[in-house]
Write a protein of this length. Sequence first.
Length: 152
Amino acid sequence: MPETTDPAARRAARPADLAHHVRTALGRSRQATVRKDIGETDRRVILWSIHELNLAFQRVRGLVTATPVRRTTSDGRTCAVLEMCLTAYVPGVGAVQAVTDWDPADEPDGFALMAVRCAQGPEVAAARVRELHRQAAADYASSARQRAGVGL
């Protein structure tokens, strides 16, 4: 594509270039389209899992925060999750965000991920404590069944 000297043409091309540059930095170069219908912008990318956020974190580092939110599912149910937000500096662009929802009860393996271990905020610590309590209760129940001879 030939370079243009027309400032209006350069401004019109810039958002697509910016979105592509941000997505490439976050490891999402195949997702070139900005999905405004789900809240994306040129500098804000919605990811589908905590594992994708972790991969982006490993590429660009930055600050990961956790915010408790309530979401409505497609079938109308409401659930509480943590909105995990990676804010990073991308050279030539500035601050960008990668965001995903994470339910620690459904994905406890997320606690092992670097992005979650580095996350800021008491919400992650509280979720980890809840997960440890759940694991301890399950272990206790399993031990009690073994002692009683149930499930052997």
